[in-house]
Design a protein around this ligand. Sequence first.
Ligand code: F6P
Length: 341
Amino acid sequence: MRIGILTSGGDCPGLNAVIRGAVLKGTEINGQEFVGFKDGWRGVVNGDILPLERSHVRGIAKQGGTILGTSRTNPFEGNGGPERIQETLDRLGIDAIMAIGGEGTLAAAKRLTDAGLKIVGVPKTVDNDLDATDYTFGFDTAVEIATEAMDRLRTTGDSHSRCMVAEVMGRHVGWIALHSGMAAGAHAILIPEQKTSMAQVAEWVQSAANRGRAPLVVVAEGFTPDHADDPHSERGLDAFGRPRLGGIGERLAPMIEDLTGIETRATTLGHIQRGGVPTAYDRVLATRLGMAASDIVQESAWGQMVALRGTDIVTVGFEEALGKLKVVPQHRYDEAAMLFG
Ligand code: F6P
């Protein structure tokens, strides 16, 4: 069996560990061969492949990014579509595709599988917003990076008696904000799932300042204050036509300053959260998912993806991974909110 691996959508730490896990288990145990598609679905559509043997994955579990490159190409556009892609796979002697990606990638993979292509999936999202898996690799690394940044913001905030606003990723869900904010002892955590008034934010900030603390406000990029209708976006659309987010922290800072009289500064962490070496947890999770993905190819489990349930790696259908976001449940937010202010 000759398998083409692709990484698609936004990158995150751990992609290379998945590739390594799949290639090692596949070549050493399952008798498989591998190639890599360059830049996600673009490589599939254009038939652009790289060799992927054991020697190519040596030492890459600890490397950030993806050795294959990634893009947000839609495989149904341009020269894409199931028939053309199948012709390309036949020409290149590729029997099956292993697609490592988020909701957009898996939705495309499902459509192609429904049309007869042989595809298995590995879920990827730094936001941790796929309901079908308990955790996605990259999330733990992003939380570590964000927490470390907040620890730093707190010391400079303390020196100047300022309120510090830290903006983190999280388009639809607030998992990175919730976890890093709790870890850093934030005085308010603002997430897309919870509309919050500026008066409430100011109350939390004032209460922390009254105790002599420099308030830390953590905000997810997709947060919408209760006076607004949509998340803040000032950067146009991405390749999927979705608004590019980022900048809500800078918007909130002057409002907090106006309401409380406390000097306030905002920092947007942005893509720093997606770069650099993965944590040990993410390397292990990603390696296990890659190994399991090699196994489900062996079982011809087309239209299935590997996922984490508890501490076990399981197999679920693409349809289960699609259409349902893993939002922060009310009780998790309420638990964190007990410590606000
Ligand atoms: O979906 C993951 C994510 O990191 C979001 O949190 C963020 O809105 C988006 O990707 C950024 O995408 P890009 O890398 O295209 O700027």
